[in-house]
Design a protein around this ligand. Structure first.
Ligand SMILES: Cc1cc2nc3c(=O)[nH]c(=O)nc-3n(C[C@H](O)[C@H](O)[C@H](O)COP(=O)(O)O)c2cc1C
Length: 186
């Protein structure tokens, strides 16, 4: 692990400037146009066989469905996610209907990539994103009742970050990325 005071020179500013905030500005709304663009960014992501196995449930403060989602947040995420201008529940289509037949063996991989696109689009629009798993998955699944074959994977809080970015970032080194999967050579 390496503690980096700042991203390396040459990294694209949209990637270098991204971080997952622990505070959002509760007065900064995400309007319909912005919401539409965030979903378009996910929509334009590549996927295995163009299967596009992603789905979303969106809600914003003031909407009745926001309260429905917020009540399933864990205390650790409720502290900051409730203030975000937008909450996105992410879903992947793993199976065909209620069978055990895989819809796509890359479903989770493709959803992650769509979210990466959404995150970068958010950054380009002056918004920040904090992905999280700290919510009651079973309770939220019962609440939203997705179609057979679909599974809720994560949530994303998006909005205007409040406060400063973290001063350092902990990241595995590039050397570790290249060596960790294999046994050390003699
Ligand atoms: C799938 C996923 C689940 C995550 N779950 C949580 C979570 O439950 N709570 C949390 O505070 N952050 C969560 N995070 C955010 C990560 O902790 C964060 O991305 C990581 O520490 C790196 O920080 P950075 O995004 O600011 O670079 C999650 C991120 C991902 C991609």
């Amino acid at each position: 692990m390496q503690r980096d005071p700042e991203p390396p020179a040459g990294l694209h500013p949209l990637l270098a400037g991204r971080f997952s905030p622990y505070r959002f500005d509760p007065s900064a709304a995400v309007d319909d146009h912005s919401l539409g663009l965030l979903l378009e960014a996910a929509r334009w992501a590549p996927s295995a066989g163009n299967s596009q196995p992603w789905g979303f449930f969106t809600s914003r403060p003031g909407e009745p469905k926001h309260e429905l989602v917020v009540r399933h947040l864990a205390p650790s995420s409720a502290r900051w996610a409730t203030d975000a201008g937008l909450l996105v529940v992410t879903l992947t289509r793993r199976h065909v209907g209620d069978t055990q037949l895989l819809y796509s063996e890359f479903a989770d991989y493709d959803l992650g990539q769509a979210i990466a696109h959404m995150t970068v689009q958010a950054q380009a629009m002056g918004l920040a994103a904090h992905q999280f798993r700290a919510f009651d998955l079973e309770g939220l699944t019962k609440e939203l009742c997705p179609n057979p074959g679909w599974a809720i994977i994560s949530m994303i809080a998006l909005g205007k970050a409040a406060g400063e970015p973290p001063q350092t970032r902990d990241r595995r080194t590039v050397a570790d990325l290249l060596s960790a999967p294999w046994a050390p050579s003699e």
